[in-house]
Design a protein around this ligand. Structure first.
Ligand code: SF4
Length: 205
């Protein structure tokens, strides 16, 4: 990363990017938005219909649910940073292709290096498997995992995607429960519990 990299510079490059065909087929780029000093960074898969129309991440029904979930832990959109792995919408919301991810992920890496979040929350199976391949979201959701991605140490919490929660009441309950765990996970990441001291044996001199 260049020393003078910034979210605005990255966003401008994303808007001009045509490295993969999605830059031509999408209406608008969706670089991400939020607090440049956010402790929590949310990462989804790719922009959907409304995001593509407006250039804003998570702004449809799933976005409204995300705002409610944030409020449940006393957070607002301005407190976090939110983005996607891909910055332009794939046609008809199809899954991102490996080649598109390879070309686009350097932008995500630069955003991570600028923001330096304490916690990365992946939304949905696809975003989780980007960082944590081979895990099943039905088992891994809500459990923090420390990883190193592209040389960057990250604490990842995989969560269900809000859009999946809107379709399934059981997923909605799990997503709400997982959200309530976030403050404690951040607290522990910031102030890890002190290690138990090894008792020092008294010595006789
Ligand atoms: S999806 Fe990513 S790599 Fe493809 S054109 Fe958009 S910004 Fe560039």
């Amino acid at each position: 990363m260049e020393d003078n990299d910034s979210l605005a510079k990255i966003a401008a490059e994303i808007k001009a990017c045509r490295k993969c065909p999605l830059g031509k087929t999408a209406h608008r780029a969706v670089p991400g938005e939020g607090n440049p000093e956010a402790e929590i960074m949310f990462i989804g898969e790719a922009p959907g219909y409304w995001e593509d129309q407006r250039g804003i991440p998570f702004c449809g029904a799933a976005g409204n649910l995300l705002n409610e979930l944030l409020a449940s832990i006393n957070l607002k959109r301005e407190d976090i940073f939110i983005t996607n792995i891909l910055k332009h919408r794939p046609p008809n919301n199809r899954d991102p292709l490996p080649g598109e991810i390879k070309l686009c992920s350097p932008f995500l890496k630069r955003q991570l290096l600028v923001i330096k979040p304490k916690v990365v929350i992946t939304l949905g199976r696809f975003a989780m498997n980007f960082f944590l391949p081979n895990l099943y979201i039905s088992r891994a959701h809500g459990q923090p995992r420390k990883i190193t991605w592209e040389g960057i140490p990250l604490l990842i919490i995989p969560l269900f995607h809000p859009a999946a929660a809107l379709r399934n009441g059981e997923v909605m309950e799990k997503l709400k429960e997982d959200f309530l765990k976030i403050p404690q996970i951040i607290k522990e990441a910031t102030n890890p519990p002190p290690k138990e001291e090894t008792p020092i044996q008294g010595s006789l001199f």
